[in-house]
Design a binder for this molecule. Sequence first.
Ligand code: 4GX
Length: 253
Amino acid sequence: MRIDVLTLFPEMFASPLEHSILKRAREAGLLDVQTTDIREFTFDRYRQVDDSPYGGGPGMVMKPEPIFRAVEALASEPPPPDRVILFTPLGRRFKQEVAGELASCERLVLLCGRYEGIDERVHRHLVTDELSIGDYVLTGGELPALVVIDAVARLLPGVLGKDESAASETFAEHLLEYPHYTRPPDFRGWTVPEVLLSGDHGAIARWRREESLRRTLRHRPDLFLQHELTDEDRKLLGLTPPKTGRKRSAGGS
Ligand code: 4GX
């Protein structure tokens, strides 16, 4: 996958892309991230990327011309971008499902805004998708772009090893992870649950599943409601399976 990032601060991307899994994915040729400085597409004496808002008011607005020129220059190289994404607090919330959609694209353009905003004509005539990573105000779209790159990269085939990718399945199911333990079995008097030391793989799997379900219900009831309970899940939670094809008798035993 190729990802082009348009930003006024390309150096913000260096370190995250040069470590751990993102570094490995790039070295393996699975992910190609190119940053472009929007300022390179200004042709005036002052290399101006922002200007005061029409109608007055505080703050500055990003000018449309350098952004259009930059996106058009990138789009002229094949393959054409599948999406041109802008980060803004009023965008669609970035969730695991969206990461999954983006991971199936061949090429993305991520546009990082600064200041009070971007000229509306960029939103209307250049951008295909607007995304928000959450309800808080950031100073620019660079950190959201890195969040998206990270979440999408780990879904690309071959980026995670077999062991690493198995752990991703719970979130896809709208469940939180079960608790993890490693050595020592007793740390400052805090012990590891007996079942994990038992060697009984069936019992361990059931314990983990129940912990996932109970944690999700307690900490993220919104996610729990999206999870489709299996018959095994109902059993673990002590719920009676829903009866099919028979009506409950009125007051009967
Ligand atoms: N999730 N921000 C973008 C500048 C801006 C404003 C309007 C375009 C249009 C944010 C978030 C976020 C702050 C990034 C304002 N650019 N982006 N920036 N939360 O708060 O995505």
